[in-house]
Design a protein around this ligand. Sequence first.
Ligand SMILES: Cc1cc2nc3c(=O)[nH]c(=O)nc-3n(C[C@H](O)[C@H](O)[C@H](O)COP(=O)(O)OP(=O)(O)OC[C@H]3O[C@@H](n4cnc5c(N)ncnc54)[C@H](O)[C@@H]3O)c2cc1C
Length: 271
Amino acid sequence: MIPYPFEYRRAKSLQDAQAILANNPDAKLLAGGQTLIPTMKMRLANPSELVDISKLAELSFIRADGDALTIGAATTHGAVAASAEVRRMIPSLAHLAAHIGDPAVRAAGTLGGSLANNDPAADYPAAVLALNATIKTTKREIASDDFFTGMFSTALEDGEIVTEVAFAKPLRSGYQKFANPASRYPMAGVFVAQTKGGVRVAVTGAGPGVFRVTEMEAALAKNFAPDAVASIKVDPADLNSDIHATAEYRAHLVTVMAKRAVEHAVAHDGH
Ligand SMILES: Cc1cc2nc3c(=O)[nH]c(=O)nc-3n(C[C@H](O)[C@H](O)[C@H](O)COP(=O)(O)OP(=O)(O)OC[C@H]3O[C@@H](n4cnc5c(N)ncnc54)[C@H](O)[C@@H]3O)c2cc1C
């Protein structure tokens, strides 16, 4: 296969990365490369320039301040999983990160890369949506309800870089996924979070993009118990059917994973 040429640039700073993107609309950010490089290998993307932000210290951090937990966009899945701060404040988020892909993927893949890519089967979007996190970029702050706009698409504009994600410590939360045995991507993953503002339930891996289940949210707001969601079904018509599972089976999995996620949240009482 004929290799196609591209320039590799390691950004010296966030500003430097922004400047390179502004000068070359055909340039692409490189974070962990766990999605972009395979996509380039498959000739589904061929940027003329790669701007590596993976080593920028200003994007690689985990900061806890009272009930606020902020994670830099270039923080790896492995660092999130291992972080004492994340485990203390949102253990279900550490649990989620610890089950992304395999050790090699977790050592390189980043929170910002996962959100910007917005794979319909990515784990992090379920956490960000259920925890009502705020995505901060080089241009603005975006609420989670406005960030995920569809399959592999987000509210991000050209040249806009995700810098960090701000979470608030929930009262209780839980995440459970039915993972594809090969890739570990969720075929159905459900994140439930009970915060002072109410209950949010987000589903990934089952539909064309991450989505909330307001019927389950209403039931859990009344009674935060596994049985409250045990008989709630999502409509298979909105879900994916593929070689791994039918839409009907995914709908069934959503209910089972939601029940287990609540069990996890109740059993661990958020800790
Ligand atoms: C074998 C394998 C198994 C996997 N299993 C799972 C799984 O179980 N669950 C799961 O959720 N994911 C899984 N993944 C995907 C993994 O989590 C990737 O790390 C993630 O999708 C992309 O993150 P990255 O840092 O590698 O981004 P990259 O591949 O570097 O970039 C992805 C895209 O995001 C853009 N981008 C990167 N950073 C930013 C930023 N800060 N601001 C704006 N745009 C940005 C890039 O330009 C590119 O378009 C798997 C991947 C592999 C290869």
